[in-house]
Ligand binder design. Structure first.
Ligand code: NCD
Length: 330
């Protein structure tokens, strides 16, 4: 006997399954977390929940059957590109991977606007990672199809911040009232730029721990200050670890340094070990967008507070939700 599989319900009760005319994100670009408000986050996370349930129940289903995504990556990626591929394929769609722009016409000198105008002839949505701040916004100016920013240099990484926030909610149940400590390369780490902005929509306390040369950019501090959020900067973790509910660690972004001696001077500034974590709460989580290059000792991985592997799985559901939304199916 065939089992009945109910269709994906949208977070919007008025949106019949698959009716793109009323899907609020239909055809939209995802360029920065600044474009979202609290109701949007609720909506995205509602759809992500549905996706999680569907994946656990049926694995793959045909919500985006016949749709095509281009993964256009001008910088290296493991998690972002493969999770978007998995997300699209679990929704029944397919993917054109351009992970090595060296082998595409980009190496002949083709401009980004021309490359996206080419690829959108063959696809319904473009996921773009590029080394320059604002590259996705530029691409979106030229493209008719949705552009999803998968990292624009040291600028933003909005889909990562959404999955980070989803992780916090799933793991701790609530964002309001939390103390979040960001540690490591806060200057060049785009994930923390997006996450700090997103968190500033909630009543949170933010601590930034970094070497002096890798502090959070002043314009982001100012933006968050204007939202009335309490922020403090530190050079040592011990000052803030005991109060921390979410410890968000980042890699020192070697590829952004012009002076490698400077990189060497800060690359091992912080290393999280079980010993250090003895001073932290019992109920708290440690996150990292990954890859890690020594900031968290593998000895800590078995600790229930280590959420970085679970964080990647939450990313799949959030990216499935975003694809379904911009393609008018949720
Ligand atoms: C991050 C990135 O690319 O910004 N990785 C990711 O998308 N998970 C973090 C990093 O590279 O350090």
């Amino acid at each position: 006997m065939a089992t009945y599989i109910p269709p994906i319900r949208s977070a919007n009760p008025y949106l019949p399954f698959g009716d793109q005319r009323t899907a609020p994100f239909y055809g939209k670009d995802i360029l920065s977390v600044k474009q979202f408000g609290r109701p949007d986050l609720e909506y995205i996370f509602g759809v992500a929940h549905e996706m999680r349930e569907m994946v656990s129940r049926v694995g793959t289903f045909d919500l985006l059957k016949g749709k095509i995504l281009v993964n256009l990556f001008y910088e290296p990626s493991t998690r972002t590109s493969s999770s978007f591929t998995s997300a699209m394929e679990r929704l029944g769609g397919s993917v054109i991977p351009i992970n090595e722009v060296r082998y595409s016409s980009v190496s002949k000198g083709e401009s980004l606007p021309d490359t996206v105008r080419t690829l959108e002839c063959y696809a319904d949505v473009i996921v773009l990672r590029h080394p320059e701040v604002g590259a996705s916004a530029l691409a979106a100016q030229y493209a008719r199809k949705p552009i999803i920013n998968a990292g624009d240099g040291v600028g933003e990484h909005p889909t990562q911040a959404l999955l980070d926030l989803f992780t916090i909610r799933e793991e701790l149940g609530e964002v309001e009232g939390l103390t979040v400590t960001m540690l490591g390369d806060l200057k060049y780490g785009r994930t923390v730029h997006s996450l700090a902005r997103l968190l500033s929509m909630f009543n949170v306390r933010l601590h930034y721990v970094s070497p002096a040369i890798l502090r959070m950019p002043p314009e982001i501090l100012e933006e968050i200050r204007q939202k009335g959020i309490q922020q403090t900067e530190h050079e040592t973790l011990a000052e803030v670890l005991p109060q921390t509910d979410v410890l968000y660690i980042t890699r020192v972004q070697k590829e952004r340094f012009t002076d490698l001696d400077e990189y060497d001077s800060v690359k091992s500034a912080y290393i999280i070990t079980p010993d250090i974590m003895a001073a932290a709460k019992e109920k708290m989580i440690v996150m990292h967008p990954l890859p890690r290059v020594g900031e968290i000792s593998m000895d800590f991985d078995a600790d229930p507070r280590a959420a970085y592997f679970r964080q990647m799985e939450y990313g799949l559901y959030v990216r499935m939700a975003l694809l379904a939304m911009v393609l008018g199916k949720a």
